[in-house]
Design a protein around this ligand. Structure first.
Ligand SMILES: Nc1ncnc2c1ncn2[C@@H]1O[C@H](COP(=O)(O)OP(=O)(O)O)[C@@H](O)[C@H]1O
Ligand SMILES: [Mg+2]
Length: 534
């Protein structure tokens, strides 16, 4: 393999490279010296300067380089820079130079010389190199300890590709690992998909100010993660305002816009005083809008404007106010479907659907239940000062159930957290026993039968209909059947109507169908009747 050619790109040092007569050889001149090193031949030197007034110095430096290093081809470039201390001027000229220069990194190695030139020129060279407009390494030269003719001093190469530095790379890796662990509250989760998602969220949180969208079922940890992202950003000085948290499902009517955008006094009945609104409170901070799918269309439009322009009108105001906040939105709805159904604005969706993460429910990552269980137990211990542990058999029993397909975990972390609180509270002398676990399993199963996974609210709440105690006495078999029957009743116009649906097959065999009567008797077994279940 042929060695690459070495090409230096550097400014003429109007002071440092200057020198007259024979005495100039006594002086250390960085550009000339760089071509005098025994260990490296410079094949080409792209010497940058600015203005005709330096032409004679360029000529002299060229001649001197030619005499000490005949192998070096010197190419001088007069750049259109009128003020070497003007950042825009210098950067612009270098940018154009870099764009028109035929770099060939496969065959040539570029050394960007930063010892010469104004400080502004040095800064621009650095920036251009870091941004890879100059695909090379920085080179810094220094004079010999004792100046003597022919002693070129030394040079040092600085590679800005940080990944090449072991120590720094290790520090980055460690910091990233710390960030990831922070987002996970130190819980050693094992689900590979979840872990890689959190690792990406960490990178995005550190680097980006763009909106983030957290999707996932209730209790999957959206609100929790949003707050951790805020705290991570804060610890890295990415943000210094507040964390503002709002569940859009709690907004109604007039109050909705005013809660978000604020209002001025008297803008509507009840607007007694100016109100800043949450968007303004989130200035320079992070706004977490949970259940963003519940936001009204008008508020959606106002929010979009506020995100894009960082300005908006409070309710009733005729001048705009400013707020520069970062947004995380949460939803347990499929916003794509909401857009298709015309309930969510497409433009707002497009704006927030950039860093979108779907948080899996607990049942989708059963391997993580155990680490979370331990975390919650430790947390209980820290909060109450009471250390609680499972008996071995009890723990196995709970884990077998928790990770089995029959555990629905409809409320996800919320359910697990409630379960741990109950287990710990009911423990005896700090031990969670088999019977406490069995009772908890029954309780969870009962709860999940009655709850709609998406909303976490009861579909048919038997406890409400027949009383807590009576409902708790039912076998799962009866409870499931009763719930399904009540659902049909609630969708029907009359007892007979419901009966026809429920007994549609068997009634065909009867000469005189008595559906209404059969249904009435079924309900009566549970002390229920048509009017009370509707
Ligand atoms: N990664 C987690 N580690 C520990 N607790 C969590 C975690 N995620 C969520 N929780 C807890 O679970 C409950 C529900 O989480 P939350 O963020 O409110 O869910 P969501 O906003 O998705 O409905 C909260 O009490 C929260 O503290
Ligand atoms: Mg939430």
């Amino acid at each position: 393999m042929q060695a690459k050619r070495t090409v230096v790109i550097g400014f003429l040092g109007t002071q440092l490279d200057n020198g007259r007569g024979a005495a100039r050889w006594e002086k250390w001149r960085p550009s000339v010296a760089l071509t005098q090193h025994e260990d490296r031949i410079i094949d080409r030197f792209e010497l940058l300067y600015a203005g005709e007034q330096f032409a004679s110095l360029v000529r002299q430096v060229s001649q001197d380089i030619a005499s000490v290093s005949p192998e070096t081809r010197l190419v001088a470039h007069d750049l259109p820079i009128s003020d070497a201390w003007d950042f825009e001027d210098v950067y612009g000229a270098l940018y154009d130079f870099a764009n028109s220069y035929a770099f060939d990194p496969d065959k040539e190695e570029y050394w960007i010389h930063i010892t010469t030139g104004s400080h502004v020129a040095q800064i621009c060279m650095f920036l251009m190199t870091e941004a890879r407009y100059f695909p090379g390494r920085l080179v810094q030269t220094s004079p010999p300890k004792r100046q003597a003719a022919g002693n070129p001093g030394s040079y040092a190469l600085i590679d800005l590709d940080l990944s090449r530095y072991d120590q720094i790379a290790q520090r980055f890796t460690r910091e990233q690992a710390e960030g990831v662990a922070f987002l996970k509250s130190g819980i050693a989760t094992r689900n590979a998909k979840f872990n890689s998602m959190i690792a990406e969220i960490e990178r995005v949180a550190i680097k980006s100010k763009a909106p983030m969208l957290l999707m996932g079922p209730t209790g999957a940890g959206k609100s929790f993660l949003a707050r951790r992202v805020y705290e991570l950003k804060k610890s890295r000085h990415q943000i210094d305002g507040k964390f503002i948290d709002l569940n859009c499902a709690t907004l109604h009517g007039d109050g909705a816009a005013s809660t978000l955008f604020g209002h001025i006094k008297g803008s509507f009945t009840g607007a007694g005083a100016d109100r800043p609104g949450l968007l303004r409170s989130a200035h320079k901070g992070l706004l977490f809008l949970d259940e963003i799918g519940e936001l009204g269309r008008d508020e959606q439009a106002m929010l979009l404007k506020a995100i894009e322009e960082k300005r908006f009108f409070p309710v009733g105001a005729d001048t705009e106010v400013q707020s520069d906040f970062q947004l995380i939105a949460g939803t347990n709805r499929d916003l794509g479907k909401e857009v298709a159904a015309g309930r969510f604005r497409e433009d707002l969706y497009a704006r927030i659907n950039l860093w979108t993460y779907e948080l899996p429910g607990l049942a989708q990552r059963p391997e993580d239940i155990e680490p979370n269980l331990d975390y919650l137990l430790a947390q209980y211990g820290a909060e109450t000062g009471e250390r609680v542990r499972f008996n071995k058999e009890a723990r196995d029993r709970f884990m077998r159930f928790a990770a089995s397909p029959s555990a629905a975990w409809k409320g996800n972390f919320r359910d697990l957290s409630a379960a741990v609180t109950r287990l710990a509270t009911l423990s005896e002398a700090g031990r969670i026993t088999d019977s406490v676990v069995d009772e908890e399993i029954r309780r969870l199963n009962r709860m999940w039968q009655h709850h709609d996974g998406r909303t976490g609210r009861p579909e048919v709440d038997l406890a409400e209909l027949m009383g807590e105690q009576a409902a708790a006495q039912l076998d799962l078999f009866d409870a499931l059947q009763l719930q399904a029957v009540i659902q049909v009743c609630r969708q029907s116009n009359s007892l007979s109507d419901a009966g026809r649906t429920l007994y549609a097959i068997s009634r065909e065999a009867k000469a005189k169908p008595n559906d209404a009567d059969r249904l009435k008797k079924f309900l009566a077994r549970f002390d229920l009747e048509w009017d009370s279940i509707r």
